[in-house]
Design a protein around this ligand. Sequence first.
Ligand SMILES: Nc1ncnc2c1ncn2[C@@H]1O[C@H](COP(=O)(O)OP(=O)(O)O)[C@@H](O)[C@H]1O
Ligand SMILES: [Mg+2]
Length: 417
Amino acid sequence: MPTTELAESQPSSQLVRLEATMSQEAPQYPERTQQCHHLDPTLRSDESLEFEQALRQKIVGQEDGIRAVVDLYQVYCADMCGAGRPIGNLLLLGPTGSGKTRIVEAAAESLFGDRCAVIKVDCGEFQHSHEIAKLVGSPPGYLGHRETSPLITQEELAKYHTEKIKLSFLLFDEIEKASDALWQLLLGILDKATLTLGDNRRVDLSRTMIFLTSNLGGREITEMMTGGLGFAPLVRAESKPRLDEKVERAAAEAAKRKFAPGFMNRLDKVVVFQPLRPTHLEQILEIELAMVQKRVMDTAREKFVFHVAPEARSFLLREGTDLKYGARHLKRAIERHIVYPLANLLSTGQVRLGDMLCIDWDEREQRLLFEKEGEGAVLPVVAPATMAASVQAAGAVGGKPAEEPSTAAAREANRHP
Ligand SMILES: Nc1ncnc2c1ncn2[C@@H]1O[C@H](COP(=O)(O)OP(=O)(O)O)[C@@H](O)[C@H]1O
Ligand SMILES: [Mg+2]
């Protein structure tokens, strides 16, 4: 008899017995009595769509990376995390400065409003076995037992949890630098989602997403992109998928050569980050400039607004494009050419609260030009989170910070006294 009919016709005591038997046996399905509905397993829930959108505002390109992280979040949202296993173990491969570390920070920022809501283990710092004590604490009786507080504890994992989200992020960055002892610890975590601390306390990582990053194969990938020229020639649209495939294969093969099968088998997915192309760098420039504006709003002594003219942006892109270091080079160019001069202007009193600056390009002198366009900008007095959102939104519309109507009016008045 079909189970549903049974459920309707049996007294509750029998139902309990039925459930108990069913839990050990394969589920039984009622016979098909009506037309079945087609379901759509690709639909995302509202919360994961929101998460994806927030990630996309911070991460440029890297579709596979975004999809893999959102997939895991959906597993978490549906409470489908298997017992005794992390929510997911992802290995992120690809060249330096392509967003591997950033995507984990961005995920934390999107869910908890703080990019630091990640336990980050820089594997390079744990090359020697004795340094593992920094991660798990030393056993009682050992020298320094009381002084070393372990990095990975249940409290640390739960530090940023909210009423709604009880998910944690653990990142092992640049694993190719890990020592043997760290490998052993890592394998245990990936497999059983538990970690035993020096003092024998157990850490449960079954509600944790584990990310491992490596630059392995990065050099080959960059060479593939540049043909050994040192810059990325324009790739024709029709040959791009083939190049992406080659890149993926090179990274996966490098991983197989370097890492033992015991490790590779414990991974849920290997995601290959693509080298960034000029259009990606343009978008990253927008994001980074919006972040500098946010920094000014959050922490600078005197808050002001600035915008960067298109010619000045082109200069920053020229300065900041170096395929070997991906977006890291661009960030350095922004620090050197925008942040340092702004700091100078602030600390010498040339820029004051509410000023409006334009950063332009002086073609004759071949340098950036900092001009005061107006003053008396009405700066939003809002909570930092909201302010961040407004600055972020500004970044999306040509990098011009959002102005209140009165600010714009003040500028107009300044232009036409
Ligand atoms: N795909 C990307 N989208 C947005 N920003 C990026 C991206 N890739 C790199 N960046 C920027 O460059 C910086 C360095 O990238 P990171 O993620 O640390 O590189 P890696 O791949 O070596 O881990 C980041 O902090 C971020 O500001
Ligand atoms: Mg990194």
